[in-house]
Design a protein around this ligand. Structure first.
Ligand SMILES: [Cu+2]
Length: 217
């Protein structure tokens, strides 16, 4: 191995546009048949809007852009199970989503068994884009259940295999289920490792973890 000099990146700051001050915005949750009523208040300095993928409404009505100081009420009934993106759809949407105006709404399937702590873990995953796809992977385990875009792709059974990644294009979502075999750290990544290199990395902690040692992947 030969070290080589590179030019460091200049530090940068970015003013984010948010739903309720966080990026991503709040995660909303419900079940099929629930009525969601969301009041969008534009406290910003330019037009914004909101588009719930879980809703079936006219684009020119609920999803219309509102000016600073205006507000609108967006009401819809959740008709389908899944994890659905919501985002600002004001043009250029790339800028509004890229600056932070996106989030997830989870509609749980009616037949899901409750998850016991320490046993099966269910992770809902949404690719909020705006332009990147994702290969969701948890280092150190395999998925025995994969649910994507409205249907099961894999369920546990005597003749079933395992899955290693949930592939999602922008605005697609689903969930995976898995177990963690022993105490330790299990990185959460998209297996597009260019994204990991840019900081897209999380960790599941299972049980007591000795963090004095190093690990690599
Ligand atoms: Cu916006």
């Amino acid at each position: 191995m030969t070290p080589a000099a590179t030019r460091p990146r200049a530090p940068a700051t970015q003013t984010l546009w948010t739903f309720e001050g966080s990026v991503p915005g709040p995660t909303l949750r419900g079940k099929v048949g629930d009525l969601f009523t969301v009041t969008l208040v534009n406290d910003g300095q330019m037009d914004h809007s909101i588009d719930f993928h879980a809703s079936e409404v006219a684009w020119n009505d609920e999803m219309r852009s509102i000016a600073p100081g205006e507000q609108l009420v967006y009401q819809f009934r959740a008709e389908h199970t899944g994890i659905f993106m919501y985002h600002c759809g004001t043009a250029p949407a790339l800028h509004h989503i890229g600056n932070g105006m996106y989030g997830a709404l989870v509609v749980d399937p009616p037949d899901l068994a409750p998850v016991e702590p320490g046993e099966t873990i269910r992770a809902w995953v949404l690719d909020a884009g705006p332009s990147e796809n994702s290969s969701f992977h948890v280092v150190g385990t395999a998925f025995d259940t994969v649910y994507k875009e409205g249907e099961y792709q894999l369920r546990p059974g005597p003749n079933q295999g395992g899955a290693q990644a949930l592939d999602l294009q922008p605005a697609q979502g689903g969930f995976v289920e898995f177990t963690l075999a022993e105490n330790g750290l299990y990185p959460i990544v998209t297996h597009k490792f260019a994204n990991v290199g840019q900081g897209a990395l999380g960790l599941f902690h299972a049980g007591e973890v000795d963090q004095t040692g190093g690990a690599a992947h």
